[in-house]
Design a protein around this ligand. Structure first.
Ligand code: ATP
Ligand code: MG
Length: 223
């Protein structure tokens, strides 16, 4: 069994996450994709919704897709979870499965700043997904992946087929072009703050939840 894992703040979840996850599922033949919203950070910024609300929005968003599942292993914990700990727990739950940790180029480039990055890179396989604003060529800066520049340049062609690179750790990284959707949670929050529409950027049920709970507006901050 092949299982994809998409972690994120999901503040809020949007079509960029959902579409990338579904394309990765289809291209890699994943049996399912687990969405794992993060817990509350120790120092709560004022534009981050509660862990329970982000979990709920993620559940609303994946409803109707039989391949998608939401796990609350990070959001139900009172302290911040590290990805290495989450993966340790998943490796225990699915000992027979091949796990693929999925992330956009922006998140992949941030891994050296995460807790125990070397350990993380040796635990599971990775799916590295394209994201507008970043190019595969940027991966040149990563200490974990050093394919030649020509290959990366080729990957920056949106029609390029997925490429699998084997790491020294024995794990693999699949570089995958997904339909470019220039959507981000921060942009959605910015729009809400200024009173602009967020229609068609995220599922309707998530939009309704945000409006019902007055999330990401200045009024909400005062409460
Ligand atoms: P923020 O703007 O608050 O950082 P975000 O849109 O980047 O939010 P995250 O929850 O930080 O969303 O991202 C979770 C994962 O999904 C990351 O690996 C990120 O790279 C990936 N991702 C988010 N949006 C897209 C997108 N539009 N296309 C491809 N990957 C995406
Ligand atoms: Mg982000």
């Amino acid at each position: 069994m092949k299982i994809g894992i998409l972690g994120g703040t999901f503040n809020p979840i949007h079509y960029g996450h959902l579409r990338a996850a579904d394309e990765a599922r289809e291209k890699l033949g994943l049996d399912r994709v687990l969405f794992i919203p993060s817990g509350s950070p120790p120092l709560k910024a004022d534009d981050i919704a509660d862990a329970g609300q982000r979990l709920k929005m993620t559940e609303l968003a994946v409803r109707g897709n039989p391949y998608f599942e939401v796990l609350d292993i990070e959001s139900r914990r009172p302290v911040k979870s590290y990805t290495v700990d989450t993966l340790t727990s998943l490796l225990g739950t699915y000992p027979e499965a091949e796990l693929y940790f999925m992330l956009g180029i922006d998140a992949f480039l941030d891994i050296p700043n995460w807790y125990r990055p070397d350990r993380l890179m040796s635990m599971v396989n990775f799916v590295l997904m394209s994201r507008p604003g970043r190019s595969f060529l940027d991966i040149k800066a990563s200490p974990y992946l050093r394919p030649d520049a020509d290959l990366l340049k080729k990957m920056d062609n949106p029609g390029a087929d997925p490429v699998t690179v084997r790491l020294d750790t024995g794990r693999e990284i699949v570089m995958l072009n997904v339909t470019p959707l220039g959507i981000s949670s921060s942009d959605i929050r910015k729009r809400l703050k200024s009173g602009a529409s967020i229609k068609y950027l995220l599922p309707e049920q998530v939009e309704s939840f945000i409006i019902l709970h007055c999330l990401y507006t200045d009024e909400n901050k005062k409460n």
